[in-house]
Design a protein around this ligand. Structure first.
Ligand SMILES: [Mg+2]
Length: 334
């Protein structure tokens, strides 16, 4: 399990860092000189291997799940503590790559400002339909390594956990449900390893579709909202043409793009490079694709050429801190 945590964390950080230098550039523009390797400078003038707000906030979430409270040696899920780490990130540069926040979304800014004024974390996120950026999806993945999520048999309880953690910044159902589809997919992939089954992303995708569709029917969620997810849940997302896969900052676009890239391509590099080369919100599409691709393909070794390339891992900023965070998260939860 410790290796899976590292595969996932470095998976999203590398995907994020590949996307940072070309963020906001259009697909057509990037196509003139596609990203094939780690770059430096570009959009945010950052050195090679620099991850952005996506990974920062994911690390902030993990930090909370990796910190024992009152030296109990037990992982404690504390929504106030998670929210407090987000505030520390924005105002005290906690878990920033170079001691400074250089990128932040509008909904996240607004929510963190409300938290700073003392708002309840469960009510801090944007609730209207237009507050459905990918700002909670991009940072939700570490939640799967919280034992209270991973080993929780009740799907309703797992949904509640995702809903709470998303709601700190993004409270609308569409954001919450996107996060849930993503974390459940990761959980199913992780389960294959735990049960020593064959690692099969196609089987996992089928299982996910049944699980989520049944859950949505049982709890009678708003049909108009659920229908928005048909391309992922009722169809095979890889059958759609690239022109129909958008890569803006809208949560549904990011979810579709990451599923499309992960399911369609057969290695970490191919999936993540494709996601970055889709353009626009490149760091987040890279991060969301990279998290799940890292979890599935692991790190590149002699016997595993599909894993995260060594050269990319080596340049990741604060890689020792990330390694240490993964180990602390493991110690407290497994
Ligand atoms: Mg970012």
């Amino acid at each position: 399990m410790i290796q899976k945590i590292k595969d996932t964390f470095f998976g999203f950080a590398v995907g994020d860092a590949l996307g940072v230098p070309v963020e906001f550039r259009s697909r057509e523009d990037i196509a003139k000189n596609p990203v094939t390797d780690m770059r430096e400078f570009g959009t945010h003038h950052q050195p090679k291997g620099t991850w952005s707000d996506d990974s920062s906030l994911a690390f902030c979430l993990a930090e909370s799940l990796a910190t024992p409270i009152n030296s109990t040696k037990k992982a404690i899920y504390d929504i106030n503590d998670i929210a407090n780490n987000f505030v520390k990130w924005k105002y005290e540069n906690f878990w920033t790559p170079h001691g400074r926040v250089f990128d932040i979304g509008i909904a996240t800014t607004d929510a963190i400002k409300r938290l700073k004024k003392g708002e309840n974390p469960l009510l801090a996120g944007g609730i209207d339909e237009y507050s459905n950026g990918n700002g909670s999806l991009m940072r939700i993945l570490p939640l799967i390594f919280y034992k209270g999520y991973l080993f929780e048999d009740s799907i309703k309880r797992r949904f509640e956990l995702v809903s709470e953690v998303s709601s700190i910044t993004h409270m609308h159902f569409r954001s919450v449900f996107s996060c849930f589809i993503y974390t459940e997919f990761a959980r199913i992939l992780l389960e294959q390893t735990q049960k020593k089954e064959k690692q099969d992303k196609f089987l996992a995708y089928q299982k996910l579709q049944v699980l989520i569709t049944d859950f949505a029917t049982e709890f009678d969620f708003n049909k108009t909202e659920i229908t928005l997810f048909d391309r992922i849940l009722k169809n095979n997302i890889t059958t759609f043409e690239e022109e129909t896969i958008k890569s803006s900052g809208y949560v549904l676009h990011t979810l579709e793009a990451s599923f499309w890239c992960f399911m369609k391509y057969d290695s970490y590099s191919e999936s993540v490079l494709k996601s970055v080369n889709l353009g626009e919100d490149t760091d987040t599409t890279g991060c969301v694709t990279g998290g799940i691709a890292g979890l599935f393909y692991g790190m590149n070794t002699e016997n595993n050429e599909k894993g995260i390339p060594k050269e990319w891992l080596e340049v990741i900023v604060k890689k020792e801190d990330v390694n240490n965070l993964c180990e602390r998260l493991y110690d407290l939860n497994f």
